[in-house]
Write a protein that binds this ligand. Structure first.
Ligand code: SF4
Length: 233
């Protein structure tokens, strides 16, 4: 019987893309890590909203509520005006305290620190059972917070780029793309390198690989891209 080793060249392309982007944009960071519950709150209000808008809403919540237990116990009518600028605020306002109540009900206290000792997949599953928490928000809680676990975050900018690069299928959603890319990440990367990778790809998506009319001629990854480089006849 012959052992056949299959090399998935997407790992090499992912590493090459990372290196080029780091060369072009410089090293990302420094990072300001929130505690996990604060990162959950940030993630719950941040979906489909510009970072500056969600950060301002987060600060208003912090100023109004002395602790996240107070937000958990607050009426929706008090929360809604504080996050009024974010997308789908009417949906997010009730989900915020609902998610915090569910954490409390499942763990007996409003804390996510216990996830530090959990396997990454189990921690993602646990978080994704909270109201309003999908793969992106769950991954941010694990990677962007002081938990600092080696979990890849994929947002809409990141997803658009990796679809066009051909690293995931053209119709892959965030959870599918996450499952597809995670095994391709270099084994030596820790949480900080994985965070760097997300920030670099996201920056490319914002500056070059825009939703419409991507700036392919100027894109630093055009040589690696399946969609942006016209095929030769
Ligand atoms: S070459 Fe074009 S489509 Fe490809 S990653 Fe760059 S901007 Fe996006």
């Amino acid at each position: 019987m012959q052992l056949i080793l299959i090399h998935d060249d997407r790992t090499g392309r992912l590493q090459a893309a990372h290196g080029w982007l780091r060369h072009c944009f410089g090293p990302p960071g420094p990072y300001r890590l929130l505690d996990p519950v604060s990162q959950l709150v940030m993630g719950l209000i941040g979906g489909r909203t510009r970072g500056a808008v969600s950060a301002a809403a987060f600060m208003r919540l912090r100023q109004r509520f002395a602790c996240w237990e107070s937000l958990r116990d607050a009426p929706v009518a008090e929360i809604l005006p504080l996050i009024a600028g974010v997308s789908f605020a009417e949906v997010k306002a009730p989900r915020l305290p609902a998610a915090l109540r569910m954490v409390t009900a499942r763990r007996g206290a409003l804390t996510l620190d216990f996830l530090a000792g959990w396997p990454d997949g189990a921690a993602l599953d646990w978080l994704e059972r909270l109201p309003g928490v999908g793969r992106k928000t769950a991954a941010t809680v694990l990677n962007f917070s002081t938990l600092r676990k080696p979990v890849l975050v994929i947002d809409t900018h990141h997803l658009r780029v990796i679809r066009r690069l051909g690293l995931v299928g053209p119709r892959a959603g965030i959870a599918e793309a996450h499952d597809c890319l995670t095994p391709l990440l270099p084994s030596g990367w820790g949480a900080a390198e994985i965070d760097d990778h997300h920030q670099l790809v996201k920056t490319l998506g914002q500056r070059f690989c825009r939703p419409s009319r991507p700036a392919c001629p100027a894109c630093p990854l055009r040589a690696l891209c399946l969609q942006g480089v016209p095929r030769r006849r």
